[in-house]
Ligand binder design. Sequence first.
Ligand SMILES: [Zn+2]
Length: 198
Amino acid sequence: MTPAFEKLQKYLKQLPGVGYRSAERIALHLLVEKPARLPALVTALQEAAAAVRRCERCGNLSEGGLCAICGDERRNAGLVCVVEQVPDLVALERSGAYRGVYHVLHGRLSPIHGVEPDDLNLAALRARIESGGVGELILALSNDVEGEATCHYIIEHLPAGRDVKVTRIGFGLPSGGGVLYADSVTLKSALDGRRDYR
Ligand SMILES: [Zn+2]
């Protein structure tokens, strides 16, 4: 292989879910098999990098101040479902069972992996609750040790003087995978069967 090829392969391999062999296949595909596709891909990457950011309220993907969900007045803004990652939100949206809004933490607490509260979108959650209007917080975090630890942290750091109902889903969802790997029917029953969490 050439130095430039190996450099591209190295960066591709750093992407989630892409191993050494896949990185080699993708690089070969882009450079040798279908080079005509490359300019459009480069343009799409540049445009997305310039346009896509986090919603200033919930952390979902957005191309303006607020994401499409926060900006939708038909959604119940007082019902906030806390998820770890954007794909969890997408899975819940796909289920069609939820009409509230979200808060995306972009991870969960993990001392082993060096993920501290400041690394997560937690201050914005607290600010949302402090500003009022949040009636219920649905914790849709993984039902494993790190998910539980994150739930506890959220409860322990709720702003004083705000009467917020806190519920938890995750019971009955695939262990460790949580929302992301559950089908729509399971997600709907998990939402319907959410339990008080404090
Ligand atoms: Zn939003």
